[in-house]
Ligand binder design. Structure first.
Ligand code: SAH
Length: 347
């Protein structure tokens, strides 16, 4: 069975003409039903002849997704979705309202194998990669539920996008295509813990998306202690590729820095971070870490966060403390999925 939702238009066209022996324009019609109208069944594709619809139903499928839970913040309207996939796996997506329009944060894998010490998504390891169609369905289903399109997308949910790069690229190609959702590449942010080969691939493709690096510590010893990936791709090499990324793409790199009490929040570490980023056109997002029940990490005090931000500012680094949305429903990323796995009947 062919997973139709996962095929970018050129691949879909090849499949329709070569596998089905149908004329090329049928691929365009099919793509329109899948990605503009976003129907869930072949019967709904009313301009396709009935025998073709039957053949499609026999040889292909449209990846389903269902909303298992939906939480709404009473504070700011942030929505958190728990989506169930065909095999029963669950992933999360978060809908946030900004002045420039709604933004959706989606998952790229079921679980994660990167092992970051402060993160809930990695606790049970990687289960599997999401397909392009499943990532699209996170977007389509959230939009269906909310009744309007997103204006930006962030790949910052469960999973490491650069650990599933071919699927992520196919997903974005479809989402940003003219015949699809036409989301601008500039309205896409991809966050990574720092897989250098993947960053290079993005850079070479010059896609125009925003690269966001989860840095979280200013030196190798501190970073390796909380992010195992740093042992394979240490900070010096990571900074070199980020500088190159800006030089090649002209896109400012964004750094995520989750402040953990007593681990990475000292004034000396702020100064070390400023030295590390010196001369880079970049932006630092400071995030008071979300405590994860299974981990000992504690969030830095408000005073420590403010001191850290002030120090960076004094040293010429462009930094902001991220506004917390949906703090009443949040739980750290990946926690909703874990809760539902622990007590499926309540989910
Ligand atoms: N794997 C990718 C994207 C998913 S994580 C990455 O590492 O960037 C999205 C962001 O949330 C990352 O910056 C990650 O480091 C951060 N994060 C993970 N757990 C967190 C927590 N408990 N509190 C605050 N930020 C967290």
């Amino acid at each position: 069975m062919t997973d139709l939702l996962s095929l970018p238009l050129p691949e879909l066209t090849r499949w329709v003409t070569q596998e089905l022996g149908e004329p090329k324009y049928r691929a365009g019609q099919l793509y329109h039903w899948l990605h503009k109208k976003q129907v869930s069944a072949f019967e709904e594709m009313s301009n396709l002849p009935a025998p073709l619809r039957q053949r499609l139903a026999q040889t292909a499928f449209i990846t389903p997704v269902t909303t298992r839970r939906r939480l709404e913040s009473a504070l700011d309207g942030t929505r958190k979705f728990l989506f169930a996939l065909a095999d029963g796996s669950c992933v999360e997506a978060v809908w946030m309202e900004y002045h420039h329009g709604p933004s959706l944060c989606i998952s790229t894998q079921v679980g994660c194998r990167m092992g970051c010490q402060f993160c809930a998504s990695t606790l049970g390891g990687l289960v599997r990669n999401l397909t392009p169609g499943e990532m699209l369905q996170e977007v389509y289903e959230a939009q269906r539920q909310m009744g309007r399109p997103i204006s930006s997308l962030v790949l910052m949910g469960i999973g490491e996008p650069l650990d599933n790069l071919p699927n992520v690229l196919a997903f974005l190609e479809i989402l940003c295509s003219e015949e699809g959702q036409q989301l601008g590449w500039r309205h896409v942010s991809l966050s990574t813990c720092g897989l250098i080969p993947g960053i290079r691939e993005l850079m070479d493709k010059r896609l125009g998306l925003t690269l966001s690096i989860s840095l979280h510590a200013p030196d190798d010893a501190a970073r390796s202690a909380i992010m195992p990936v740093n042992r394979s791709y240490p900070i010096g090499e990571l900074m070199a590729v980020c500088r190159e990324y800006f030089a090649v793409t002209g896109r400012r790199v964004s750094y995520e820095y989750a402040l953990i009490d007593g681990v990475n929040d000292s004034p000396e570490q702020a100064a070390a971070l400023a030295r590390l980023l010196k001369g880079q056109t970049c932006h630092v997002n400071l995030i008071p870490v979300n405590p994860v029940a299974e981990r000992a990490t504690r969030r830095s005090s408000r005073a420590a966060v403010e001191r850290f931000a002030r120090r960076l500012g004094q040293l010429g680094v462009n930094a902001t403390v991220r506004r917390e949305l949906g703090s009443d429903i949040a739980a750290a990323c990946g926690q909703l999925r874990r809760q539902s796995a622990a007590s499926p009947e309540e989910a």
